[in-house]
Ligand binder design. Structure first.
Ligand code: ADP
Length: 516
């Protein structure tokens, strides 16, 4: 199959979170299965810098874009995947984060930036940008590419479309005026299109107009159809449930492999687990914690936003640090959480080390050096760090939600006895439940060493490689291509209950773009 994979980020060229990890590895895994997969990204400065040789294959005049947009072609690093870059300097040639300005607020022209990206993708999808290649299926990801299925739905003959929701809370919501300014087709301003409570929703365009929907874990696929997780889109998602599939993300086992990890001084595998203690000592030294081999060293890495539950960790510290426990946290995001973490580190200098910032090598060292990894996310579409943790023999302690519930098997009498346990899960998402899970982990850690290492090794042997998930995507692509009718111009006639977006218990309000 010819597949055009569309994303606003892909590791190692540009990454702000899990979307970057997935877009950096799934296209390669699909290519390995015998498909012609091409990845399309915006031509951000760092992408251009690291993408290798590029040639211009088209210059497009797109409505809504003030200048012609160049399509550049090259090769995605370390793969056989071909790369298209959408080069619109006025939109993408700027330093910093792809979505937000230095002060953390969204780029004010995000609607125009990602509408241009979408229009360039539509040109590629219809063979107007690269006359030598047209896709059978266009795979879009998150709100930044949500207009692609909406715009393609206007065309009689078009490739099939599949839209993956990586996080429903990032919606690309803009005032109605943006719809007019972008010169989008009038027919899209409807309940069946991009209109969402009198606003323009890029995400809704993807959900309402794509032929098939996926999200990144089976449990999250069910959760988003409920009021608690649906952000007012649950009616539409429930309506589309027959065309909604949850496929668990895989992980890149070359980038995240403790046996070959270039960021580690002491690599290891299941046969050399004694090296894990060396990584623990090195991490304690690097982050200024006492070299205490007996303490349970907990790690946490993530965006400092309400979703990830760092405030739950903060609220347990006074009790947690009565125990022989140390904690290292790497993250950046909301200022209030950053300053609360810094204050806590000053209060507990021997037990808490905080590193504010984005640091890929340190993330690898935390995965290798910690005994346990905390993920108290209020909701988690898939989550990658718990999979990296399992692979690195670092026992995850997770809130039982979304992809965390799908990947971590709680230790209880039965799962301990038959050696199927891989970690500790807790519910509800409260400091008390988190503390209880940490206490259970500590007790197990202080108990039989043989039992602890069995728990560690069971996790390390789990297969979270892309091969299984890529095969599931491929089967779905084939099915979608078979059922997609030709000539279905315009969004469908959806008849689903409209639910006003309500304030959600414990959830942050919908946001325009990823925070970093
Ligand atoms: P999300 O996509 O919601 O941010 P995921 O768990 O799916 O969460 O993926 C997060 C990815 O970003 C992981 O690879 C994680 O290691 C990485 N990451 C997050 N914050 C940081 C940070 N401050 N430094 C280094 N890597 C980070």
């Amino acid at each position: 199959m010819n597949i055009l994979y569309c994303s606003s980020e892909a590791y190692p060229l540009i990454k702000t979170g899990g979307l970057g990890d997935v877009s950096g590895s799934l296209p390669g895994a699909l290519q390995e299965l015998g498909n012609d997969v091409r990845l399309v990204l915006p031509a951000y400065p760092e992408v251009r810098e690291h993408a290798g040789p590029l040639s211009s294959i088209a210059s497009l005049t797109l409505s809504g874009a003030p200048q012609p947009v160049e399509i550049l072609k090259g090769q995605f690093p370390h793969s056989r995947v071909e790369l298209y870059l959408v080069d619109s300097p006025v939109h993408f040639q700027r330093p910093g984060n792809p979505y937000v300005q230095e002060d953390g607020s969204d780029w004010p022209d995000n609607a125009a930036r990602f509408a241009t990206f979408a229009r360039a993708i539509v040109a590629l999808a219809l063979g107007e940008a690269d006359p030598h290649w047209t896709p059978d299926l266009v795979h879009c990801n998150d709100w930044q590419t949500g207009l692609v299925p909406a715009l393609l739905s206007q065309h009689g003959t078009r490739p099939a479309t599949l839209f993956t929701i990586h996080n429903l809370s990032y919606q690309g919501l803009f005032p109605k005026a943006a719809f007019t300014a972008l010169e989008l087709p009038d027919t899209l301003w409807s309940i069946d299109g991009v209109e969402f409570h009198d606003k323009l929703s890029f995400l809704k365009g993807g959900i309402a107009c794509s032929d098939w929907l996926t999200t990144v874990s089976p449990t999250y696929a069910q959760e988003i159809c409920t009021a608690e997780f649906g952000y007012g889109l649950e009616g539409l998602l429930k309506y589309r449930a027959a065309n909604l599939t949850g496929i668990l993300n895989g992980m890149d086992c070359e980038v995240w492999n403790p046996a070959t990890d270039a960021h580690l001084e002491h690599t290891y595998d299941v046969h050399t687990l004694q090296h894990k203690a060396l990584n623990k000592a090195a991490l304690q030294q690097e982050l200024g914690l006492p070299a205490d081999a007996g303490s349970l060293l907990l790690g946490h890495i993530g965006r400092l936003v309400e979703q990830k539950g760092v405030d739950l960790i903060l609220d347990t510290l006074d009790e947690l640090f009565q125990l022989p426990v140390q904690l290292v946290i790497l993250g950046d995001g909301e200022e209030l959480l950053e300053s609360r973490l810094q204050e806590a580190a000053a209060r507990y200098p021997h037990q808490l080390a905080i590193h504010i910032g984005y640091d890929e090598p340190l993330a690898h060292r935390i995965e290798a050096g910690s005994d346990c990894f905390l993920m108290p996310s209020r909701y988690e579409p898939c989550g990658l760090n718990q999979m990296y943790s399992l692979h690195y023999g670092t026992v995850p302690i997770v809130h039982s939600t979304g992809g965390l519930a799908d990947t971590v098997i709680d230790l209880n009498d039965m799962t301990a006895r038959d050696y199927t346990a891989t970690g500790f899960t807790f519910e509800p998402d409260t400091p008390a439940a988190l503390l209880d899970a940490c206490q259970r982990a500590l007790a197990y850690y202080q108990g039989s060493r043989v039992d602890w290492w069995k728990l560690v090794i069971t996790g390390m042997k789990k297969d979270f490689s892309w091969s299984n998930s890529a095969q599931q995507y491929l089967s779905l692509y084939e099915r979608v291509c078979q059922v997609t009718p030709e000539g279905d111009a315009g969004p469908g006639n959806l008849d689903y209950p409209v639910i006003p977006p309500s304030p959600l218990k414990g959830k942050s309000p919908p946001q325009q773009s990823m925070m970093r």
